[in-house]
Design a protein around this ligand. Structure first.
Ligand code: DC
Length: 231
């Protein structure tokens, strides 16, 4: 049992970031946005003019990267890319690098090292299934495709690009397809994850619900015997 690890997974626009940040703050745990790590690797690949499908070239970028995700910033190898990684181009490039098994393996190693440092709320697509399968609590956040597209369209990065709701919805559906159908760690709900549907539910209400589930899960986990050899 990874005693102080909370896994929050789900598709784009389900509200993972907002909820995971709020839960981390309430518990005084560290918040780790693993999507930002795939985005930062994609940013570096584009900057280095490396093909985002070129596994042999992208893998060393991921394996050798140093990440600093403190305070809501995203820094890769000393470059603060917090804003630059939130663009439609990086949406596409990040989904491409996230398909590459060796890139995933390298980032999972970084992510496990971060989780080894203490209480963590880790957000992504494969946290409960692959990165931290022994997490104390696993939440799977979902919402209807229409609502997720509307949330994305209200995101400043997409508003600035002038994308209409229909375009955002199409791009989101395409990215969902890549995330759900890739061979390496596709987006699926872990069997032991609790699903929370956020469609039509206010942000505050979702945070309250998830926090209650997490607190109950942590109490339950504290009462279970630890697996041998695991934290
Ligand atoms: O959550 P996000 O949109 O910032 O994620 C960027 C991309 O990375 C997206 O295509 C999903 C992928 N991703 C992943 O495959 N595994 C993760 N743990 C997190 C993100």
């Amino acid at each position: 049992m990874t005693a102080r690890a909370i896994a929050i997974d789900g598709p784009s626009g389900a509200g993972k970031g907002t909820v995971a940040r709020a839960v981390a703050q309430a518990l005084a745990y560290r918040y780790v946005d693993t999507g930002a790590m795939y985005r930062a690797v994609a940013w570096k690949a584009l900057r280095d003019r490396v093909g985002v499908d070129d596994e042999a070239a992208v893998e060393p970028i991921a394996a050798r990267a140093s990440f600093n995700l403190d305070g809501g910033r995203v820094v890769i190898d000393g470059h603060d890319v917090t804003r630059e990684i939130r663009t439609p181009d990086i949406d596409v490039a990040a989904a491409a690098v996230a398909r590459l098994p060796r890139v995933r393996k390298a980032l999972v190693a970084h992510q496990r090292a971060l989780a080894g440092q203490g209480g963590v709320v880790m957000e992504g697509r494969d946290i409960g299934t692959a990165v931290l399968p022994d997490a104390a609590v696993k939440i799977y956040l979902d919402a209807s495709p229409e609502e997720r597209a509307a949330r994305r369209a209200a995101d400043p990065a997409h508003v600035l690009s002038g994308a209409a709701l229909g375009e955002v919805a199409d791009a989101l559906a395409a990215r969902d397809r890549v995330d759900r159908t890739r061979a390496a760690s596709p987006l699926v709900q872990a069997p032991d994850a609790i699903q929370v549907d956020t469609t039509g539910v206010s942000v505050d209400e979702v945070i309250d619900r998830v926090l209650a589930l997490v607190r109950a899960g942590l109490r339950g986990a504290a009462g279970r015997p630890a697996r041998s050899g695991a934290d």
